[in-house]
Design a protein around this ligand. Structure first.
Ligand code: FEO
Length: 414
């Protein structure tokens, strides 16, 4: 690949990971990139590095612009290992005069690499660093994505280097938003938000407020993953505003696992009832979809209905997995219910209800349980459950999203 100039004297020098398919539990079907940026000025500065194993790509791209030993400063906008694992090797190679980071960044770097000999220099929110013709200003963005996170803003160039914010996990040879399919771009941006950023939505609101109130002028956003925004800056800022307000649409997700297809029949009957109320529904069998697709579909849905047969006095393992994942990502403002088949005991519905309540999902029903194989009457009860959920979702949703990214669900892998 080639280093790419974003703005005069500012280059993409990162790495492309065509192969990664699991990002701490998030299925990255299209790979990812670990973007790093190089500024050539009186001072030559590298912003972030790359995941372990991608040092050669980074050094190759830097070398297309300048000799790596010319780098004076390194800025660590984010310490997570996908952006810092090769930092020790880069520091050994270039021997920078200073490594800039936030106060939390310094703590995190020391806790990761245990190198108190590094020339770490802490910058505070709003601090400016003169590089020559260019000045960079640092903004702390705690919890976007980690406590150490900060963004780097070039006011004169209208450029925001946003580390994890506004990214996508998508490996491409293209670098800019206007060079790729816009449907896939928005789709991957939404999937990334749901799986990475969603629990920190209140911090996104603070960031957007700061952008508005400070009068920052941004015509390019360069994240640490995926495409660089130069055509759709306002669009992605608007999407982040909508997603971080957790606006829900008249849409429901029915997610389930099954043992002998009884719970499948129930899931389809629940979905039929939801659809009868004019509400969109996504039926997600956990044997064919991944947990990361479930949260992405749920993110802007009003309702979550979860089904599991009872297995060994519990719920099916895939259902427990997805509920754990969803709980951690903290989707807000949902209504829901549970259902499932059982032979004896029948604890699964009760356990799912407890999990949904822990997620602050408002339960609209005590749940439908069916002994072994559902009769027509049982399925009618499931349709009724769906209708109850559907009518509430229709009446309560405040969907303000005019156009959704394409609804497609990738096949489960592995
Ligand atoms: Fe891309 Fe939070 O690391």
């Amino acid at each position: 690949m080639q280093a790419t100039e974003l703005k005069d004297g500012i280059f993409w020098v990162g790495a492309i990971d065509w192969d990664v398919r699991d990002f701490h539990g998030y299925q990255t079907s299209l790979g990812s990139t670990y973007n790093a940026y190089l500024v050539r000025d009186t001072k030559t500065v590298l912003f972030d590095t790359v995941k372990k194993g991608f040092l050669d790509d980074l050094v190759n791209h830097i070398s297309q612009v300048t000799n790596p030993s010319d780098i004076d400063y390194i800025v660590v906008d984010h310490v997570e290992m996908d952006h810092s694992a090769e930092l020790p090797n880069v520091i050994d190679l270039v021997r920078p005069e200073k490594v800039f980071c936030s106060a939390n960044g310094k703590k995190a770097l020391l806790a990761h690499f245990h190198r108190d000999d590094w020339p770490l220099e802490v910058v505070a929110n709003g601090d400016k660093l003169e590089l020559g013709d260019r000045t960079v200003q640092f903004f702390e963005t705690k919890m976007l994505h980690w406590p150490d996170s900060m963004m780097s803003y070039f006011a004169d160039q209208g450029l925001l280097v946003s580390q994890d914010g506004f990214g996508q996990h998508w490996a491409t040879s293209e670098r800019f938003d206007d060079e790729v399919d816009v449907g896939v771009l928005y789709y991957e941006t939404k999937w990334y938000y749901a799986n990475i950023i969603l629990p920190y939505s209140n911090f996104v609101q603070k960031l957007l407020q700061n952008v508005r109130e400070s009068g920052m002028s941004i015509d390019m956003i360069a994240p640490d993953h995926g495409l660089i925004w130069r055509r759709d800056v306002d669009k992605v800022l608007g999407m982040y505003d909508q997603w971080s307000r957790q606006v829900t649409c008249a849409k429901a997700v029915v997610v389930y696992d099954t043992m002998w297809e009884s719970t499948t029949k129930m899931a389809h009957a629940v979905a039929e009832g939801i659809q009868k109320q004019g509400v969109g529904v996504k039926v997600m069998n956990l044997r064919s979809v991944h947990r990361s697709d479930v949260i992405a579909e749920l993110q802007d849905s009003r309702a979550l209905v979860v089904g599991s047969p009872t297995l060994n006095n519990g719920m099916m393992p895939r259902v427990a997995d997805v509920l754990t994942y969803l709980k951690g990502l903290r989707p807000a403002g949902k209504i829901g219910a549970a259902f499932g088949s059982y032979g004896w005991g029948g604890e699964a519905v009760k356990l799912i209800n407890a999990s949904l309540e822990e997620m602050n999902v408002e339960l609209l029903h005590e749940g439908v349980r069916v002994n072994y194989v559902p009769t027509d009457a049982d399925l009618a009860q499931c349709v009724g459950l769906g209708e109850k959920i559907g009518s509430a979702a229709r009446d309560q949703a405040a969907c303000e999203i005019p156009s959704q990214p394409a609804n497609r669900c990738r096949e489960r892998q592995g």
